[in-house]
Ligand binder design. Sequence first.
Ligand SMILES: Nc1nc2c(ncn2[C@@H]2O[C@H](COP(=O)(O)OP(=O)(O)OP(=O)(O)O)[C@@H](O)[C@H]2O)c(=O)[nH]1
Ligand SMILES: [Mg+2]
Length: 166
Amino acid sequence: MGNPNVGKSAIFSRLTGVNVIVSNYPGTTVEFKKGTMKLGNKWTEVIDVPGTYTLEPFSKAEEVAVEMLKKGDLVVNVVDATNLERSLYLALQLLERKTPAIIALNMWDEAKHKGIIIDVEKLEELLGVPVVPTVAITGEGVKELVSKLSEAMLCTVARGKDASQR
Ligand SMILES: Nc1nc2c(ncn2[C@@H]2O[C@H](COP(=O)(O)OP(=O)(O)OP(=O)(O)O)[C@@H](O)[C@H]2O)c(=O)[nH]1
Ligand SMILES: [Mg+2]
């Protein structure tokens, strides 16, 4: 999940490879892609969710995104590293929910190019989820992203605990 045009489909392709099905979300003209990836020895379904700026939907595509979120076991929130402030609006909404999450800090090459410096460890500490810099068009960081998916599942147990103590 993530804002429009941040590299969600590029990350999705890196994760899933070629066996991808394009469908319409039932009862809508909103298209989404579904693929699979192997996690450990398990085949796992991966969905390229329509872009959204918020979980308070203003469009059909955003409505679909929110519906899909309810069904997912883990969210890979793709964030544009060159536009972190805007991306964090959705990220924070996602992190308020119980679904485990991990952040792909995508467009890392562009960010470097523009001289944008992001303290990844600090961001992880503040958000309480793994944050992995990625360059979806070259694949940089994608292996690390995959390797941290299981950590992300565990992190959110801790996040949920924190939330219930507040
Ligand atoms: N430089 C750079 N370009 C990227 C990166 N990831 C994606 N892009 C480019 O950014 C554009 C958008 O990528 P998509 O994967 O289509 O983004 P999306 O989030 O799926 O976009 P929507 O589905 O339209 O919301 C494309 O031109 C990609 O080639 C990256 O890490 N670095
Ligand atoms: Mg896309």
